[in-house]
Ligand binder design. Sequence first.
Ligand SMILES: *[C@@H]1O[C@H](CO)[C@@H](O)[C@H](O)[C@H]1NC(C)=O
Length: 135
Amino acid sequence: MSPYKTVAVLGLFFALTRAKIYDRCEFAREIQTYGVPADQVAVWTCIAQHESEYNTAAVNWSSGDHGIYQISELYWCSTSGTPGGGCNALCSQFEDDYIQDDTACAQLIYGQMGFPAWTTYQYCNGDVSSYIAGC
Ligand SMILES: *[C@@H]1O[C@H](CO)[C@@H](O)[C@H](O)[C@H]1NC(C)=O
């Protein structure tokens, strides 16, 4: 393999496995740029805190939940080689540090089921202003 190809392959490997821990304000600001309505931002920030502690690489192997929003492989994404589930996505897409696709899937789930699709919504179903305070 040429040195150039080696660099390209390693670059792809790291790109696919990149993980990131968001700061809560960074998360709150970024999801708004992806079209999340302003009046939902504090709730999502609370949900992400309780689901993953803002870790984009979080995976719960026992429940099959993936990424910062802990999106379920039972309904919304596929663990086989081809995209699938309600979000027509690979679950592994939800484990990298690019969260626009995760956010789009979370919005689709929200549109069908509302916030109660997340069991952690029980912690976010009240005054959540502290999650975006000072942001
Ligand atoms: C993983 O999922 C199980 C089943 O839903 C849950 O009981 C457990 O708390 C989850 N683990 C973490 C670290 O969130």
